[in-house]
Design a protein around this ligand. Sequence first.
Ligand SMILES: [Mg+2]
Length: 124
Amino acid sequence: MKGFKDCPATVPGAHPDAGTEGPLQARICSALDAMGVWWMRLNSGARGRVRMAPRGTPDLLCVDPYLWIEVKRPDGKGKRGKNDQTRIAQEAFRDRAKRCGVTVVRAESVGEVVAAVNGARAKR
Ligand SMILES: [Mg+2]
């Protein structure tokens, strides 16, 4: 998308383990800001003794419009090699969300997120 090429490669406050999804996620976050979306970043799993969101929770929560975003590298590879437990937990989250009528976007590009946000806004 025009205008998002110069976005910073990292999100302020991003965990250093953001991995190779990081640059894409940063562009997605910039796009969400540009669209005036109320969103927040979520970390899942645990960092030492600190427990984060449950395993499988998507990377970003958009409050308005309401949807979840799981950022994925376009090449499908995980930084540390996504383990089966994480993959299964992410699938379970998506299945549960689907049953509840909640949108989860599996985004490999900024354009997919822009389309999802516009689609969610159009339904209001
Ligand atoms: Mg992800």
